[in-house]
Unconditional design. Structure first.
Lengths: 350, 355
């Protein structure tokens, strides 16, 4: 303490934390890729990815399947975590998140309505189309929430959330109607809603990665806006920010991030809500640090959930009947963990 | 925070006793008359439209004497129980909405937001897909208990039940949580039972299309038992609105009274959800319509008016679902998506934020 200024100590601590977090995610990734029915060492992983002649078929399949799956988990988790950090800053409310503010539900409903009633998407552009549809749906739902909340005059953050919840309920009913018409595709759609990461292809990974990369400049642009809003509307205005425009920019960016993240993997509930909470006590609420930290936390959460989903199979559970599927969706574990976490947060705050 | 007391402060129970040209009593009579006329019109539509279309005279004819024709079967066994089930379920929902909103002092209380609907759906999924592990009780009884229990758990977790936002957020979490468990049950369903999915989905949306005379009888029993209690409880609701201290000085234990009122609300709503599915936001909308039409918040007239307005809503919903894309039939829950839900969203948007 005596030889270092407090700022230097804090910077050192932050550097350490950042290193630990990155190492943890790297460890999670190596577990996600290495552990399973076939154990992959780093060398057999690389051999499997390159389809070397000395790699067995099982190793090749496992290396590709697990790598795409882990990559998708990291991408989706990162996007959702960042989206949640932006939404919580926008609403100035620790309970905000894509799934509570109607954004996820808007994206999910749009995709399901498209899948059920829209023209059949071809295999090549399926994910791109889904991502675009999800962006339109998520943004429309987010904007509706924003617009309706202005009916009562100023935008009250709490009321925004209430509207998001109610709108989410209405959209969920609309989803039920679409499912009624989906016929035999309904179980597959429900699987998508539940958030499952299995059988991810490289194309899908690249599409989601590309989408998130396109949104990166917007996210960076939102960071100072969010920090200004955190000072309060008047202070933000005094700095020269147009408060409604800043909110709108953050809202649309957060909606697009959520939509791109879930376009392939479906509903990963509560990641966007929980990730900033995990990050905030470590890095504070300055968005310059919170956004990347929440992204990493989200990536870690989805990785862990998918690890559980990969290794806890229904067939290992004592169920008195045969099951149609032998994998659980990762979203299930996230819903359980996130739900408990959310309830704890509610009981502590407000 | 949302100002939840804005409406309740305006009117006291004495409002409905004063005589005058436009008293709440006369407004109530007017609302009842309009609702009765609307119900009658909708019932005539429901009894006569469809395949085949009947004349009004024919429909009344077969109602008066059973001539064992197809038309008689259609009207007496399919269309009439459907009308009555819709009316009864709607009345139960409307009355329970008033009890929930007034006892929680929460203008946004709706059983579907408290997780009651998802609880009922969970029981339905259990019975539809896994009959062998379902408890050996009637499906509606388990749906009823599951729905009511979910609502109670949400209120217990929220703790401060008068905080609208907390209750609704906890309800949203509980709905999501149970929803993902229900989705999981569907995902793991044995392949030979996937066919039952459509009937499950129809229930989840809320539909009176499969109502029989047995449905009507069950709803009627809950209605006959619950509604008088609700109207008697109106006095307690009015006392609670004066504030907990005033209620206590009138000899009421506010906490206990609230629990009893919530239990009564569950007794009203859970059978409706268990029998016709969780039709969302009807219970939210009806009390607000009733208060607006009566220009009073006195609980007893509002409960009566909300019951008839709820009944008209569900019947209207069923007619809408049946005739909108005729001959294809949509479940009555369509109402939630097209009308009651958007209204609820806009209603919250218009609530004044009190800071």
């Amino acid at each position: 303490m005596s030889s270092h200024s407090p700022t230097a100590v804090r910077n050192e601590r932050r550097a350490l934390l950042a290193t630990i977090t990155v190492l943890l995610v790297a460890f999670g990734l190596s577990v996600a890729i290495g552990v399973g029915s076939v154990t992959l060492t780093p060398s057999s992983w690389i051999a499997g990815l390159q389809r070397d002649s000395d790699a067995s078929n099982r190793e090749i399949i496992a290396a590709h399947a697990r790598t795409t799956r882990a990559a998708m988990a990291v991408l989706a988790g990162f996007g959702l975590g960042v989206s949640g950090a932006l939404l919580q800053a926008l609403y100035r409310n620790p309970l905000a998140g894509p799934s509570i503010t109607g954004v996820s539900q808007g994206a999910i409903t749009a995709v399901i309505v498209w899948v059920t009633f829209g023209p059949a998407a071809t295999a090549e552009n399926g994910t791109v189309v889904m991502a675009l549809v999800a962006i339109v749906g998520g943004s429309a739902s987010g904007l509706a929430t924003y617009g309706i909340s202005r009916l009562g005059g100023s935008v009250d953050p709490m009321r925004l959330i209430l509207i998001g919840v109610l709108l989410g309920g209405v959209l969920a009913s609309a989803t039920s109607f679409a499912l009624l018409r989906a016929g035999e595709r309904a179980p597959a759609i429900i699987r998508w809603i539940s958030g499952a990461l299995n059988s991810t292809s490289w194309d899908e990974v690249w599409i989601v990665a590309g989408g998130l990369a396109l949104l990166a400049p917007f996210t960076l642009w939102c960071i100072p806006l969010g920090n200004a809003l955190a000072l309060g509307d008047e202070s933000a205005h005094a700095i020269g920010q147009s408060v409604p425009m800043a909110r709108l920019a953050m809202l649309l960016t957060a909606c697009a991030l959520t939509a791109v993240s879930i376009a392939r993997v479906g509903g990963l509930a509560f990641v966007g809500l929980v990730a900033p909470h995990l990050a905030r006590p470590r890095v504070g609420s300055d968005l310059r640090r919170l956004v990347p930290a929440a992204g990493l936390a989200g990536a870690g959460l989805v990785l862990i959930a998918d690890g559980l989903a990969r290794n806890l199979r229904p067939s290992t559970l004592p169920l008195p009947f045969d099951t149609a599927n032998n994998t659980l969706p990762a979203g299930l574990f996230l819903a359980v963990f996130g739900g408990l976490f959310f309830v704890r947060t509610i009981r502590r705050t407000a | 925070m949302i100002d939840t007391q804005r409406r309740s402060a305006a009117a006291l129970p004495s409002d409905n006793d004063t005589a005058g040209p436009r008293t709440p009593g006369r407004r109530l009579a007017l609302v009842l008359a309009v609702a009765a006329a609307a119900s009658l019109g909708l019932a005539v539509l429901q009894l006569t439209r469809g395949e085949p279309v009947l004349g009004v005279g024919d429909a009344i004819d077969v109602l008066r004497r059973d001539d064992s024709s197809t038309a008689a079967f259609l009207v007496r066994e399919l269309r009439l129980p459907r009308v009555l089930a819709a009316l009864l379920a709607g009345a139960l929902l409307g009355a329970s909405g008033v009890l929930l909103q007034d006892s929680l002092r929460n203008p946004l209380a709706d059983p579907s937001l408290l997780g009651v609907g998802q609880g009922a759906s969970f029981a339905m999924a259990l019975f539809t897909f896994y009959p062998e592990i379902a408890p050996p009780l009637p499906r509606t009884a388990v749906s009823l208990v599951a729905g009511a229990a979910t609502g109670v758990v949400v209120l217990l977790i929220a703790g401060r039940i008068r905080d609208s936002i907390r209750v609704i957020l906890v309800g949203a979490v509980m709905t999501g949580f149970l929803g993902s468990i229900t989705s999981l049950m569907i995902l793991l369903v044995p392949p030979d039972r996937v066919d039952s999915f459509a009937s499950y989905q129809r229930f989840v949306i809320g539909s009176v299309s499969t109502a029989t005379w047995s449905t009507v009888a069950q709803l009627a029993i809950w209605f006959a038992v619950g509604l008088p209690f609700a109207i008697v409880a109106g006095r307690v609701l009015d006392l609670l609105k004066l504030g907990d201290d005033a209620a206590a000085s009138a000899g009421l234990e506010p906490a206990r009274a609230r629990i009893a009122l919530m239990a009564l609300a569950m007794v009203l709503v859970a059978p409706a959800y268990a029998l016709v599915g969780p039709i969302g936001f009807v219970a939210l909308l009806a009390p607000h319509m009733a208060r607006g039409a009566l220009r009073t918040t006195g609980a007893r007239p509002v409960i009566g008016a909300a019951a008839v307005l709820g009944a008209v809503q569900v019947l209207g919903a069923d007619v809408l679902g049946r005739l909108l894309l005729f001959p294809r039939e949509l479940p009555a829950g369509l109402w939630t998506v097209l009308i009651a839900g958007p209204f609820a969203v806009v209603f919250v948007g218009r609530l004044r934020a009190a800071r």
